[in-house]
Design a protein around this ligand. Sequence first.
Ligand SMILES: [Zn+2]
Length: 81
Amino acid sequence: MSAPPVTATRTNKKATNSTCGVCIHSGRTYHGAPALSREDNKTLICPDCGARQALQSISGNTAEQEQIIETIHRHMESRER
Ligand SMILES: [Zn+2]
């Protein structure tokens, strides 16, 4: 279920094959691999909304979901250093 982390070059921010799109859920511009919406299985949404939908299926606790997403973000940030 979890996608392997993309190892990007630290100096070059323009990845040649990076996907870029606007999430219809949050209206955010995202980079990287989009997530497939669980609602219709064809809409592409940002990884954040994808994680949120996935978490919704295992837990109805919204506060808990936000906490997990926050944790994911923190891990991503620390990995970039
Ligand atoms: Zn989104």
